[in-house]
Design a protein around this ligand. Structure first.
Ligand SMILES: [Zn+2]
Length: 269
């Protein structure tokens, strides 16, 4: 029997955006399976989360007057932990890439510029390349992209006349997301996922996920808003994962429990 993995957003993110060991680990793990499937929901989460955080940092580098200002803006989002850590990761990867170059190369390429000006310009190009390359590769990591979302438009990011990246839309522009019928169509499984939330790590994310699964069980006719679609998060992978596949993820704490409730299993790269 061929081996099959259903990839979650953590794997897509590590494989496409990280230069470090985590990135290599994700890419190697993906290549171990005969077949890999990536649900469109992972692309939606990737664009609204990690990629958006790269775009945020890129736009800061372009719009602020100096490299120091761009770097100094990172701690200003410390309350948004994921955004700050993604920006720091991007900064570390950028520093890693330029540290391998010779200073004389930059002096030839940017005559008469200060180090700060050179870094700002190089970071702009590096981040832009990273963002557009990752977006371009999103549908090439897995063997197949599956489970299309009819209410979500997977539009390419663009650059405006001020060199800023516009990445909208990142949401489902609808009052009733297509995931509602997917969940209510499998009511027994949805009820199992709801029950499994009791065993998930106690955090705000779990509370929100539990609330929306409860709504899907008790009031299946109630419209599912975009924020509900986002809050379902990992439950979507458990629902959509084929029975002959495993969920490949770095987030075992949530996925192992939800996958078990759906009669599949989760694996770490
Ligand atoms: Zn939707």
């Amino acid at each position: 029997m061929p081996t099959k993995a259903f990839l979650d957003t953590t794997i897509l993110t590590d494989a496409l955006l990280k230069q470090n060991e985590q990135g290599r680990c994700a890419r190697t793990a993906v290549s171990r399976y005969d077949i890999t499937e990536l649900p469109t929901y992972a692309i939606k989460e990737f664009k609204a989360g990690p990629l958006r955080n790269y775009v945020w940092f890129y736009n800061k580098v372009v719009s602020l007057s100096s490299w120091e200002d761009a770097v100094a803006t990172i701690p200003s989002v410390r309350r948004q932990f994921n955004k700050m850590s993604t920006a720091l990761q991007a900064l570390a990867d950028f520093e890693g890439s330029i540290s391998k170059a010779l200073p004389s190369d930059f002096i030839t390429k940017h005559p008469g510029r200060t180090m700060g000006e050179i870094k700002k310009k190089e970071a702009e190009v590096w981040l832009k390349t990273k963002i557009f390359y990752a977006w371009m590769q999103r549908r090439h990591l897995a063997t197949n992209v599956v489970e299309p979302l009819s209410c979500y438009e997977e539009r390419d990011p663009v650059i405006n006349k001020h060199r800023l990246i516009i990445d909208k839309p990142v949401h489902c522009p609808t009052d009733d997301c297509c995931l509602r019928s997917q969940f209510t169509g499998k009511s027994a499984l949805t009820a199992e996922l709801f029950k499994a939330c009791e065993s998930l790590p106690a955090k705000a994310e779990t509370t929100k996920r539990r609330q929306i699964l409860r709504q899907l069980v008790r009031h299946p006719e109630r419209p599912l808003e975009d924020k509900d679609c986002r809050n379902l998060g990992d439950a979507v992978f458990a629902l959509q994962c084929p029975k002959d596949a495993v969920i490949l993820t770095t987030n075992m704490a949530d996925h192992s429990i939800l996958a078990a409730a759906a009669g599949v299993s989760a694996e770490h790269p």
